[in-house]
Design a protein around this ligand. Structure first.
Ligand code: GLY
Length: 414
């Protein structure tokens, strides 16, 4: 691991706890533009948040619908950055966002926008050169099926799952994340890279087994989850980003990073994917080892000395410039959503943590003023800092998980 200069951190435990409390008090006092209207004072966080999100996102919806494009982020000149062909791992999140907005508002404009935008990438269900089909299709067509019950969406999920499982190698016990023959991945000398993010693709496999009655998808998902549990984590339950395997023997060749600060650091979104991923695996399997591990990841996050008082993590828990390091709102949103699901299995143990993150994200520090930020909801996310890509910008998946968390909160009547 490169030298990490933590000299600027507060090291005294008592001082840290005082700072955390102060942070929470400050947050409560200054809270938010998002909640600034006095008429919102007694309303539920979920309803206020979803309503404001709808107003903000409808501007983006109108432009996206007109151009028939999918928004991803913003450009340096603050214009909207649209998804480019041929393929983008984030292309399903906008349709999912529209489905959640439709579910909340019942406004047909959202349904139309969801349907039109997911047509754009429909044919990608047949791609077998990347692992992100779960992210793409479960969060778009999967939501479409859940919300409308329309059978045409079911077949799309089945097709995408059939493409995804072609990447499963029984010797390794994992689905290969990235091909190593082109792009920047070809320069790293990897043979069979698996990234912790890949846990998120398993949700579609579990769903497709339920839809078809065929357990092969579920068995692959469980094998992948178990192999990852064995090889991807340090004793403190923090996650490596990339584990490279020998595809012939299944042996671990190396444990490194792609998007984190260092090979031995804890990239924030990786921890968020692990938290969400194992919570979701428990939902489908009732296997307590997944629940126990999700709680160990939760403990790593919540007890980490570099976890900020407002609950929105730095882009990497070991970023060298903490406390001046950039935050990653996307990680905060994913964690909040995962904590809310974890509440179901733990007698609401993580409810205060989730609510605290969501209140922070809804504050004017992270939530954009109406009409600004390309009409995305959240500011301050990080795509990949080591690649110099999408640093301190809005991201469609940050908004997606923020809305998912608010929707989960609404289901809890909060
Ligand atoms: N799955 C890619 C990322 O989290 O950036």
């Amino acid at each position: 691991m490169k030298k990490v200069d933590f000299s600027a951190q507060v090291t005294n435990k008592l001082a840290k706890s005082v700072l955390r409390s102060l942070g929470r008090i400050t947050l409560a006092v200054v809270l938010p533009l998002f909640f600034s209207s006095s008429s919102c004072a007694n309303q539920k966080l979920s309803n206020v948040g979803l309503k404001k999100a709808e107003t903000q996102l409808s501007g983006l919806r109108d432009v996206a619908t007109k151009l028939n494009k999918i928004p991803r982020s913003t450009n340096p000149d603050k214009s909207v950055k649209w998804i480019e062909e041929p393929y983008d791992w984030t292309e399903g999140f906008w349709s999912g966002t529209c489905w959640m907005m439709y579910d909340f508002s019942k406004d047909k404009k959202w349904k139309d926008a969801a349907i039109e935008s997911q047509k754009i990438f429909l044919e990608h269900k047949n791609l077998t050169n990347d692992h992100d089909l779960g992210f793409i299709f479960n969060n778009s067509y999967g939501l479409a099926y859940k919300i409308t019950g329309d059978n045409q969406y079911k077949q799309v999920l089945i097709d995408a799952a059939n493409s995804l499982i072609t990447r499963f190698n029984p010797k390794v016990g994992c689905i290969q994340s990235w091909d190593v023959t082109d792009n920047w991945q070809s320069l790293r000398g990897w043979k069979f890279p698996v990234i912790v993010d890949n846990l998120m693709n398993l949700e579609m496999l579990f769903e497709v087994s339920k839809l078809t009655g065929d357990n092969k998808y579920r068995e692959i998902a469980i094998t992948h989850a178990n192999t990852t549990l064995k090889n991807h984590f340090r004793p403190d339950a923090s996650s490596y980003h990339v584990v490279d395997y020998d595809p012939e023997t299944g042996a671990v060749l190396k444990r490194v990073t792609a998007q984190g600060y260092a090979n031995e650091s804890a990239w924030a979104r990786g921890q968020a994917w692990a938290l969400y991923g194992y919570t979701m695996c428990y939902r489908y399997t009732n296997d307590k080892k997944y629940l126990d591990f999700a709680q160990r990841v939760a403990t790593f996050i919540l007890n980490h000395p570099n976890y900020p008082a407002d609950g929105v993590p730095y882009w990497d828990f070991n970023a060298p410039d903490i406390p001046n390091a950039i935050r990653d709102a996307s990680s905060g949103a994913i964690m909040a959503s995962a904590f809310l699901e974890l509440c179901k299995y733990t007698d609401n143990k993580y409810l205060a943590n989730a609510q605290h993150i969501l209140k922070s994200l809804a504050s004017d520090k992270y939530a954009a003023k109406p009409g600004e930020n390309g009409n995305f909801i959240l500011k301050q996310s990080v795509g990949s800092l080591p690649h110099g890509r999408e640093v301190n910008v809005p991201l469609n998946y940050a908004d997606y998980y923020f809305l998912e968390a608010l929707t989960r909160l609404k289901e809890m009547n909060l």
